[in-house]
Design a protein around this ligand. Structure first.
Ligand SMILES: Nc1nc2c(ncn2[C@@H]2O[C@H](COP(=O)(O)OP(=O)(O)OP(=O)(O)O)[C@@H](O)[C@H]2O)c(=O)[nH]1
Length: 533
C-alpha cells in the first residue's frame, strides 16, 4: 500500500529518515516521496541521510519560549532520567507538550502550507510518527493529527516510541497523555516499546539506531507489502485493504516478525520446478511448506513484539508471508492462518502474500490490532499517576506559602481524581466509538468546524481532566481500548495479565530471547536481501 509519513520531533524525524532509507535499500516504493518532518529544533534534521531538506519543516523559531539554540559546550542533561523540561538545556520546546501544542497552533498556516507538498490522493493512508514522551512529539503531534483527520478522508495512523523506564517521570506523564490523546483521534496507534528493545546495559539513546531499524523492517514488511511487481505469480497477494481493515478497529496495535531461510539446494529447486510445470505430485512439498510456514508463523508469534501484549486480547489479526512464491503454498497459508486463529482465539484472521522471487528467506509479519492487555501501558499510566500525585503534593505545600502560577500538566480536576483512593488510573482510554458516544475528545466529532486544530489540544487536555475526575474511580485500567474488545476481555488491572510476549515473563524469556535474536538477525538479513533483489 502507499503511505504518507509525517515525522514529528526528534524521534519522528529519525524514524521517518530510517523508513525512507529502508524503502530505498529494499527497492520498494511505498511513500512515493510523500513525507514531511516537523520539529521545534533543527538538531535532528542535521542527522538525517535520506529525508529531503525541503521536507524538513522547522516551526516555533519565532516563539519566545522555544530554544532554537543551546550552547554546544553546555553540559546539560545527558542521562535518560534527566528532566525532559530543563528549559535552559534542551532545544525546542524542551519536553513541554503544552508549549508544543501552542507552537503548532500558532504555526498552523505554515504547517498547512507544508501539507500541500504531500499528495493525499496518491496514498492509501497517512502515518504520524512521533515520540510519545516528547514535548514536540506529543504537543505538535496532537495538533497535526487532528489537522490530518480534518482534511483527509484516508485513515491516519500514529507510530512512535514509548519512553524507557530509565527516562524521566515527566516523559512518562507526557507519553500517558499522548496515548490518551492519540487513541481516540487516530485510526490506529502503533506504540514502540523502547524498553523491551533496548539492552539494559546501556542508555536507551545509544540504541535508537538499532531500534529504529527494527521498526523500519516491520513497518516496511507490513505497509509496503503489495507494492511488488504485479506480474509476479502469487498464491494470495496481499491487498492494502486488508491491512486497513485489520487496523480499522482502532486502539493499540502491535507487530511480530520472523524469518526463515529457504531451501535452496538443487534437489529442492528441481522438485519445485517439476511441481510448477505440473510434472510432479504436489503433496510431499506442500506438506513441507505447510510445516515450515507453521513454524515460521509460530516464531513470529513468540518474537519480540513492537508492543509486548497478550495476543489473546487482540481483535483482528493479519499475517503477511513474503518470499519466493514457490515456497508459499496455499496449504502453507491455511496452516499459518489456522495456527493464528488457535493462538489468538479470534476468527478475524486475514492473510496475504508478497512474492519476492529473489529472496532467500520467507518472512512472516503478523499484525495484532486493538490489543487491550498491554502491561507496558498500564505501567506507564501507573507511573504517570504517581508522578502527578507527587507534583500535586509539592504544589500543595508550596501553595500554602506562595502563590504559584503556571499550569500543571494535568488540570486540577485530574489531580483530585488521582489522589482519590479509588482512582488508580487517571489515563483511561476509550476506543473511538466510546469516545464519540461520550462526546469525549477525538474522533471525527472532535474536529472543529473552523478546522482550528489548536483548540483540540486545549479541549483534549481539559476533556482528559473531566474524564479522569468523573470516571476514573470506577473504571479499570484495562478498559483503555475499544469497547468491543473490552466486552471480550473485561480485564481488571488487578487480574495479573498473562503476557506471553512480555519481557517480564521469565518463563517466556528464554524462548523469546533466543527467538528474538534469531529473528532480529534474520529480519535484518532479509532486508538486505530484498534490497539486493
Ligand atoms: N526509538 C526511538 N526513540 C526515540 C528516538 N529519539 C527519541 N526517542 C524517544 O522519544 C521520546 C521523545 O523524545 P524526542 O523525540 O527527543 O522529543 P521531541 O518530540 O523532539 O520533543 P522534546 O521533548 O521537546 O525534545 C523519548 O522518550 C525518547 O526516548 C529515536 O530515534 N528512536
Amino acid at each position: 500500500m502507499k503511505l504518507s509519513l509525517f515525522g514529528v520531533g526528534d524521534a519522528g524525524t529519525r524514524l521517518v529518515d530510517k523508513l525512507l532509507q529502508a524503502e530505498l535499500e529494499a527497492g520498494r516504493n511505498f511513500t512515493d516521496g510523500n513525507v514531511l518532518a516537523f520539529n521545534t529544533a533543527a538538531e535532528a534534521f542535521g542527522e538525517t541521510d535520506t529525508l529531503p531538506e525541503e521536507r524538513q519543516i522547522l516551526i516555533g523559531d519565532t516563539h519566545s519560549a522555544v530554544n532554537q539554540y543551546v550552547e554546544p559546550d553546555d553540559d546539560g542533561p545527558d542521562t535518560d532520567a534527566a528532566s525532559a523540561t530543563d528549559r535552559d538545556h534542551s532545544p525546542g520546546v524542551a519536553g513541554d507538550p503544552e508549549l508544543g501544542a501552542e507552537v503548532a497552533d500558532d504555526e498552523l498556516p505554515e504547517i498547512r502550507r507544508a501539507l500541500d507538498l504531500v499528495d493525499d490522493t496518491e496514498v492509501d493512508a497517512a502515518m504520524v510518527v512521533a515520540g510519545f514522551g516528547g514535548g514536540t512529539g506529543c504537543g505538535v503531534g496532537s495538533v497535526l493529527l487532528e489537522e490530518l483527520k480534518s482534511i483527509y478522508e484516508i485513515p491516519v495512523y500514529v507510530l512512535g516510541p514509548l519512553p524507557a523506564a530509565s527516562e524521566s517521570d515527566e516523559r512518562a506523564l507526557t507519553a500517558a497523555r499522548a496515548v490518551r490523546t492519540f487513541v481516540p483521534l487516530a485510526d490506529a496507534v502503533l506504540p514502540i516499546d523502547n524498553d523491551s528493545w533496548a539492552r539494559s546495559s546501556q542508555p536507551v539513546a545509544e540504541e535508537y539506531d538499532e531500534i529504529n531499524e527494527m521498526v523500519a523492517t516491520r513497518i516496511l514488511s507490513l505497509f509496503a507489502a503489495g507494492e511488488s511487481d504485479p506480474a509476479t505469480v502469487s498464491e494470495m497477494r496481499i491487498d492494502p485493504a486488508d491491512v486497513m481493515r485489520t487496523l480499522d478497529v482502532g486502539g493499540l496495535s502491535s507487530i511480530g516478525h520472523a524469518s526463515i531461510e529457504v531451501d535452496t539446494d538443487d534437489e529442492g529447486l528441481l522438485a519445485r520446478l517439476m511441481q510448477l510445470l505440473g510434472l510432479a505430485e504436489e503433496t510431499p512439498d506442500t506438506q513441507t511448506d505447510a510445516a515450515t510456514i507453521k513454524r515460521l508463523v509460530r516464531s513470529a508469534l513468540s518474537s519480540k513484539l513492537t508492543l509486548p501484549c497478550d495476543i489473546e486480547s487482540t481483535d483482528r489479526v493479519l499475517v503477511i508471508l513474503s518470499g519466493p512464491p514457490s515456497e508459499i503454498s496455499r496449504k502453507g497459508f491455511e496452516t499459518g492462518r489456522y495456527l493464528l486463529e488457535e493462538e489468538t482465539g479470534t476468527v478475524e484472521v486475514l492473510a496475504g502474500d508478497e512474492p519476492l522471487p529473489n529472496a532467500s528467506e520467507i518472512t512472516a509479519t503478523v499484525l495484532f490490532s486493538n490489543v487491550t492487555d498491554v502491561p507496558r501501558i498500564d505501567e506507564l499510566q501507573e507511573r504517570a499517576v504517581a508522578y502527578q500525585r507527587e507534583q500535586d503534593a509539592e504544589t500543595a505545600v508550596i501553595d500554602t506559602t506562595t502563590s504559584i502560577d503556571g499550569a500543571t500538566m494535568i488540570a486540577a480536576d485530574d489531580s483530585a481524581a488521582a489522589t482519590d483512593g479509588d482512582s488508580e488510573q487517571p489515563f483511561e482510554f476509550h476506543g473511538p466509538e466510546e469516545q464519540r458516544e461520550n462526546g469525549d475528545g477525538g474522533g471525527d466529532d472532535a474536529v472543529t468546524a473552523d478546522g482550528d486544530a489548536g483548540e483540540m489540544t486545549d479541549g483534549d487536555a481539559s476533556e482528559m481532566a473531566d474524564d479522569d475526575a468523573s470516571e476514573m474511580a470506577d473504571d479499570d485500567a484495562s478498559e483503555m481500548a475499544d469497547d468491543d474488545a473490552n466486552e471480550g476481555t473485561d480485564g481488571d488491572a488487578a487480574d495479573a495479565p498473562t503476557d506471553t510476549n512480555s519481557t517480564d515473563t521469565p518463563a517466556d524469556t528464554d524462548t523469546t530471547v533466543e527467538d528474538d535474536e534469531t529473528n532480529t538477525a534474520a529480519a535484518t538479513s532479509s532486508d538486505e536481501h530484498e534490497s539486493s533483489s
